[in-house]
Write a protein that binds this ligand. Sequence first.
Ligand SMILES: Cc1cc2nc3c(=O)[nH]c(=O)nc-3n(C[C@H](O)[C@H](O)[C@H](O)COP(=O)(O)OP(=O)(O)OC[C@H]3O[C@@H](n4cnc5c(N)ncnc54)[C@H](O)[C@@H]3O)c2cc1C
Ligand SMILES: NC(=O)c1ccc[n+]([C@@H]2O[C@H](COP(=O)([O-])OP(=O)(O)OC[C@H]3O[C@@H](n4cnc5c(N)ncnc54)[C@H](OP(=O)(O)O)[C@@H]3O)[C@@H](O)[C@H]2O)c1
Length: 280
Amino acid sequence: MTEMKSVTEATKTAAAVKAPVLPDAQTVTEVKHWTDSLFSFRVSRPASLRFRSGEFVMIGLLGDNGKPLLRAYSIASPSWDEELEFYSIKVQNGPLTSKLQHINVGDQIILRPKPVGTLVHDALLPGKRLWFFATGTGFAPFASLLREPQTYEDYDEIVITHTCREVGELEYGRQLIENIKQDEMLAELMGEGFHEKIRYYPTTTREDSPKMGRITDLLKDGTVFKDLGIAPINPETDRGMVCGSLEFNKDIKVILEDFGLREGANSEPKEFVIEKAFVG
Ligand SMILES: Cc1cc2nc3c(=O)[nH]c(=O)nc-3n(C[C@H](O)[C@H](O)[C@H](O)COP(=O)(O)OP(=O)(O)OC[C@H]3O[C@@H](n4cnc5c(N)ncnc54)[C@H](O)[C@@H]3O)c2cc1C
Ligand SMILES: NC(=O)c1ccc[n+]([C@@H]2O[C@H](COP(=O)([O-])OP(=O)(O)OC[C@H]3O[C@@H](n4cnc5c(N)ncnc54)[C@H](OP(=O)(O)O)[C@@H]3O)[C@@H](O)[C@H]2O)c1
């Protein structure tokens, strides 16, 4: 009996020693898989976390070496939401996402509560029309800003462009915009009919869809303006936020500068701001 007890206690002690203590732990409350390479999830929000819609934080899991394995992630939920939402790629051999893609409700992740970023309203001068230019998971910060009341208070029109390789990769954004239109709480928060300001312009590049092509090409040849029946980009009225791969960001920057817009920052608001959706 004594021996059994001591074995149990020894097991408990070993478990207590081995059990990794997750720093800055938050609990997963929802997981949705959108395609083989994309998923979204929601986690509990630290009571003390304040952030501006559009910012990003470092999140992750404990690595095999017992140390936190963290990556930058845009917060996809708005600043007023009681939980935090993230929209993620699944990179097959990616150190973090090869594991993160397997999280389930009730699991814990690490979330460092230090939000930063340039895709915030404060980094833009006042304007009338706001453009969100996203490719792939670059939609995430705009999922936050599209649910932020200030977006509709500050602008008469919001154009959200999202370019992906395949149709399925647009689904998270498409459903989010559809849900915004039907959300009674948002209507109460932002005023009836607020969603009529949203112009959604999804395009694909490698699978057939109603609108094919890179948004960069569609901007350069004027197709976007023609399709939406709107005036071309003008530095007096238009503001932009950009989130995609490094190459995409570089190309859009040149286009916006050709239209006469200047890149701004938190410390120096101007007509457009840029953030990388990923490194590499
Ligand atoms: C400011 C910032 C915000 C970010 N926000 C998000 C976000 O909201 N959602 C998200 O999924 N990722 C985001 N990322 C990328 C993220 O930090 C990680 O790179 C990603 O989670 C993959 O991690 P990993 O360890 O599995 O692979 P890593 O070693 O980090 O990446 C391996 C390779 O996978 C590719 N890759 C990485 N991330 C992406 C991506 N998002 N889309 C397409 N290809 C990618 C790149 O080629 C990269 O070199 C952000 C990055 C930055 C710098
Ligand atoms: N998404 C997938 O199905 C998939 C599958 C396997 C592996 N991967 C890997 O995952 C990584 C990221 O893939 P991703 O599709 O998420 O991101 P991505 O390669 O950045 O492409 C996302 C979208 O942005 C467009 N785009 C890329 N560069 C652009 C530019 N300079 N100007 C305008 N548009 C631009 C792409 O068009 P184009 O199609 O014209 O490039 C595509 O429609 C890559 O390393 C890729 O090899 C992705």
